[in-house]
Design a protein around this ligand. Structure first.
Ligand SMILES: C[S@@+](CC[C@H](N)C(=O)[O-])C[C@H]1O[C@@H](n2cnc3c(N)ncnc32)[C@H](O)[C@@H]1O
Length: 219
């Protein structure tokens, strides 16, 4: 997958690209480009935003700046999905992550301050996605959330210590929640690990886990 993130703070992504799952698939299943709007702005002095028409607080990311960045990178035609990150978008769920992880090419647009000129959302982006009903200061964290969630669905992203197949919201668990996990010690401060997990009977363990998963979904 080719994943392009347009941002004003590309260096914010350094940590993400050094860690699994992104680090494991970079240069192989995932090509990640971090593109700075300022490198493409047609305005002087690296200007990318402006005051809102009609007045009010804050600065708005200009549509001509975002268009210039997209044109410079894609040569005037954008055939793939361009996702704008905004708290007003479609809510990110595992289903949306699965859908996006099937794309060959994906672009994420992030903003800061008051957000995008509305024409970015209506004319330049194909989708708007929110990572939750709250407002963050910029689209970098939402973009990182999406990149991480998508990257872990790519082949080779997860190590042997993690399973991407059986986890919360997976088809394997009918979209429900994962069962509880325990590790050593078997008892701590009088808090024991469920007996069945120590039994070595994998049939029973599997049955218990599925039941726990069902109980969590029901509560
Ligand atoms: C301070 S927010 C702008 C909020 C906007 N004025 C509003 O009230 O809807 C600045 C930018 O951060 C990003 N952002 C903030 N919260 C987000 C969320 N929950 N999901 C996705 N992006 C978010 C978006 O790129 C947004 O344009």
């Amino acid at each position: 997958m080719q994943l392009d993130v347009f941002t004003l703070i590309p260096h914010a992504f350094a940590w993400l690209t050094e860690q699994r799952p992104v680090a494991a698939v970079l240069g192989d299943e995932l090509e990640l480009r971090l593109l700075n709007y300022r490198d493409y702005t047609p305005l002087s002095g690296g200007q990318v935003d402006d005051e809102p028409y009609g007045g009010g607080a804050g600065m708005v990311l200009r549509v001509d700046v975002v268009a210039a960045a997209l044109d410079a990178v894609y040569g005037g035609t954008t055939q793939h999905r361009v996702v704008a990150l905004t708290p007003q978008g479609r809510q990110l769920t595992q289903e949306v992550v699965e859908e996006l992880s099937q794309e060959q090419h994906l672009t994420l647009l992030s903003a800061r301050f008051e957000g995008f000129d509305e024409r970015v959302l209506t004319q330049l982006a194909s989708d708007s996605i929110s990572i939750g009903p709250y407002v963050l200061s910029g689209g970098e964290l939402p973009a990182m959330v999406l990149v991480d969630a998508v990257a872990r669905r790519l082949p080779g992203a997860l190590g042997s210590e993690e399973s991407g197949l059986v986890e919360s919201f997976s088809a394997e668990l009918d979209g429900g929640l994962e069962y509880p996990h325990y590790t050593r010690p078997a008892e701590f401060r009088g808090w024991p690990v469920p007996e069945v997990l120590l039994s070595g009977d994998h049939g029973k363990i599997d049955e218990w886990r599925r039941e726990q998963s069902r109980l969590r979904a029901a509560s």
